[in-house]
Write a protein that binds this ligand. Structure first.
Ligand SMILES: Nc1ncnc2c1ncn2[C@@H]1O[C@H](COP(=O)(O)OP(=O)(O)O)[C@@H](O)[C@H]1O
Ligand SMILES: [Mg+2]
Length: 346
């Protein structure tokens, strides 16, 4: 097949996307596909996977200026038009922003080009943490309690958000965790230990979007479940060497330890599989997805979010889970390609 890998982009997750795209492109080549790499941050076709890696490496990935996701859209419509008409499939390797939130998916739908992963609705729902959580709640999927606050439209306008005593109590008291509604890779997230630290954390989150969540902090274990084609992969446990699973820990080799399959009683693993598939069905994802959990000390697995374009770098969680299920990296990429719709006859 002729497959165009879309990678890079212009969001805070650009560097990770370049690495995901490089891995994917290499595997697609090994599988015998005719591959082109299009960097949607610049509109340029890249020579090969090494070219993408060269753009995306340099130690712990620096944040791309912390550009808010919605500013990453410029040019995307034009770049989609530069996808050759002969392409059979677009492989979406863009994390965050328009590549993951349904915008690109809509453009490709209009252009009649099939793509990997979730469609418009699932992409948009999964990118919106609050909307996802409302659906989890309605479906009986446990998710941490939360409070929502809207920052003023003008980013320079003063903002003095506060929580009522009732809200703090409902969230189980401090520590709390503050996050922007629509970012990924732990960007803009702060663990808040005391009331005095709340406002600075909310100001930080607000840089990435107007809607800010304050969530109950679930003290416990960090687990994630990859789903491919409505099949759950072995549970991965992430054990940060210190602190929590922030951006540095996600993308620095050796900063976290991983256990795959996680050391869990079989009933707990089964429960996580069932909840993951339920969450994916509820949001209507397709192809590959990854469901993030915190397993509280109360024994309840709390669903944090669903990622519809999970990282596929060599350090990433879904490839690790696939390996534990006996799938090589290329097998995983093949399964993602095979789960995508086929182009209608032209
Ligand atoms: N309610 C919570 N309790 C404890 N830790 C959390 C909570 N929410 C998020 N975290 C931590 O922050 C990380 C990122 O949060 P997540 O909601 O998955 O957002 P994203 O991955 O999109 O940045 C999680 O992997 C976890 O380590
Ligand atoms: Mg996450």
């Amino acid at each position: 097949m002729k497959i165009v890998v879309l990678l890079g982009g212009n969001t805070s997750e650009r560097e990770v996307s370049l690495r995901t795209g490089a891995g994917v492109a290499r595997a697609l080549g090994t599988l015998g596909h005719d591959v082109a790499l299009l960097d949607t941050g610049t509109g340029k076709f890249l020579k090969d996977a090494d070219h993408a890696l060269a753009l995306g490496t340099g130690g712990p990935a620096p944040l791309h200026g912390g550009l808010p996701a919605q500013q990453g859209e410029q040019g995307l419509d034009i770049y989609v038009r530069s996808i050759p008409r002969s392409a059979d499939l677009v492989f979406i390797a863009l994390h965050g922003g328009p590549g993951e939130n349904g915008t690109l998916q809509a453009l490709l739908d209009l252009a009649g080009i099939p793509y990997t992963g979730s469609g418009v609705l699932a992409s948009a729902l999964a990118m919106d943490k609050v909307m996802s959580k409302r659906i989890f709640k309605a479906e009986g999927i446990p998710t941490p309690e939360w409070v929502e606050r809207w920052a003023p439209e003008d980013p320079a306008a003063p903002w003095t958000p506060d929580l009522t005593a009732e809200e703090v109590a409902r969230l189980g008291g401090y520590p709390l965790i503050v996050k922007p509604n629509e970012e990924g890779s732990s960007v803009g997230i702060t663990v808040v230990e005391s009331p005095a630290a709340l406002r600075p954390a909310m100001d930080e989150a607000r840089r990435y979007g107007r809607l800010v969540l304050v969530e109950a902090f679930i003290d416990g274990r960090e687990l994630t479940v990859g789903v491919i084609d409505q099949r759950a992969l072995p549970v991965v446990e992430i054990i940060p060497q210190e602190g929590w699973y922030d951006y540095e820990h996600k993308y620095t080799s050796g900063a976290s330890r991983y256990e795959v399959p996680a050391d869990l009683p079989p009933e707990m693993a089964e429960k996580l599989f069932a909840l993951s598939l339920h969450a994916c069905r509820a949001l209507r994802t397709s192809g590959v997805a990854r469901v993030d959990f915190r397993l509280g000390s109360d024994g309840v697995p709390h669903c944090l979010e669903v990622n519809t374009v999970p990282g596929l770098t060599e350090l990433s969680l879904v490839p690790k889970a696939a390996a534990a299920a006996g799938m090589r990296y290329e097998d995983l990429i093949r399964a993602i390609v095979e789960s995508a719709p086929v182009r209608a006859a032209r």
